[in-house]
Design a protein around this ligand. Structure first.
Ligand code: NAD
Length: 374
């Protein structure tokens, strides 16, 4: 039995003792009720980049029991004021992009959650690490593997943790599917299909600006199929092939991918076929096939409720607010060294970036790319 499988089964046993009625669901349902756990340490988090996703995170964190918002970083003074009042963040813990290095002297901040456009993650992570604070960084962790490696190294050198906002890695239906694979219920895994995409709106947004996004759909939404292929199949790929198609050259300029098809090969012989796109809706589906059963998840990576089924019927795990669970779990990872069932650390983020680099290389060259994820 490999280490991750042993750890998974151990955690499952512990959680089964704690919440027997919930079968595989390994996290306490206290997330549903708000209120901080007074007897346990609380992770004090500064949010950086007060845009759309940060708003969702901030609302979800109101129900956290182990994490709270204690700092804000934004380039817009008005936002610092309104968010500061709304989330009760002291004026002395509100920063802008010029002065946020001063968080190093603020004991009210343990970690910074970076929720800015992709291309900013690298330099911001380096600055947060230098200030001696833990980093939680949104996906994609950076815009290429070289940057990702520098982030991992900088956090290690500073003695701080680096985690990536892979919220699906805490989602109950997802973990049920992973458990079924780990305990052999699906038989030998043969095939994974990951379809991820949506129609992008405003052609002027940063997501289609190479400078800020680092690419196109693959960086933003295709990464869910990459990351998902790894936790659903339970292996890391050893090769990739990829093909790009483009129909709208106005919106999707040079270096900004509209649609990419990619295939992954795994050491066991399992294969994956994935689609990443910014020009189609109704694409949020995972399909995992083993010799004995399948798991279909649709929706598979949206904000939920996530739905999954096997040949025996629905997975039926509880719906959770992903960001609430993620932040409570990350608090325990950072403060207590808790080992999550599926890792969310910088190494995982870096491995995804190595796959992304290889997918782009394969699109450019038409050649299969061998992968060594490390
Ligand atoms: P957004 O455009 O809504 O917000 C981005 C924020 O960054 C804005 O407040 C903007 O003012 C700020 N910003 C700071 N410097 C900037 C600059 N130089 N240029 C432009 N904006 C700048 O975007 P979002 O949807 O909140 O995405 C932010 C990050 O979160 C991205 O990395 C994205 O991939 C990630 N994200 C993750 C999820 C998830 O489910 N995990 C969902 C959405 C977004």
């Amino acid at each position: 039995m490999n280490n991750s499988r042993r750890r998974f089964l151990q955690q499952l046993t512990l959680s089964a003792l704690a919440v027997p009625a919930l079968n595989a669901y390994p996290f306490p349902l206290s997330h549903q009720s708000s209120g901080l756990a007074n007897d346990k340490p609380i992770l004090k988090v500064a949010l950086m980049g007060l845009g759309g996703y940060a708003e969702r995170v901030a609302e979800a964190m109101q129900s956290c029991t182990r994490a709270k918002i204690t700092g804000l970083i934004s380039g817009t003074p008005e936002k610092l004021k309104t968010w500061g009042a709304k989330y009760n963040v002291a004026e002395g813990s509100r920063y802008n992009y010029e002065n946020f290095d001063q968080i190093k002297d603020n004991p009210e901040i343990d970690a910074v959650y970076i929720i800015t456009p992709n291309a900013l993650h690298h330099s911001q992570t380096l600055r947060v690490a230098k200030a001696g604070k833990h980093v939680i960084c949104e996906k994609p962790m950076a815009i290429n593997a070289q940057e990702g490696q520098e982030m991992v190294d900088a956090c290690a050198a500073a003695g701080v943790q680096l985690l990536v906002g892979y919220r699906m890695r805490f989602e109950p239906n997802t973990l049920k599917a992973v458990e079924m694979r780990e305990t052999g219920k699906l038989g030998k895994i043969k095939f994974f299909q990951g379809q991820t995409g949506f129609k992008i709106g405003d052609p002027n947004q940063w997501r289609v600006n190479k400078e800020l996004a680092g690419g196109g759909s693959l960086m933003d939404i295709g990464i869910y199929a990459i990351n998902g292929a790894r936790y659903m199949v339970g292996e890391d790929p050893i090769w990739v092939t990829a093909q790009e198609t483009k129909t709208d050259f106005e919106t999707f300029k040079e270096g900004v991918d509209e649609t990419i098809l990619f295939q992954l090969g795994f050491p066991s012989g399992a294969v994956a076929s994935c689609l990443s796109t910014y020009s189609m809706n109704h694409l949020d589906r995972f399909y995992l096939v083993g010799n004995d059963d399948f798991v279909e998840m649709q929706p598979s990576t949206g904000y939920g409720p996530i739905k999954g089924r096997t040949k025996n019927g629905p997975l039926n795990q509880p719906h959770t607010v992903h960001q609430t669970v993620q932040m409570d779990e990350m608090a325990q990872i950072i403060l207590e060294g808790k080992k999550p069932i599926l890792p969310v650390d910088g190494k995982v983020g870096l491995q995804d970036l190595k796959i992304i680099d290889a997918i782009y290389r394969s699109c450019d060259t038409g050649q299969r790319q061998e992968l060594q994820l490390g």
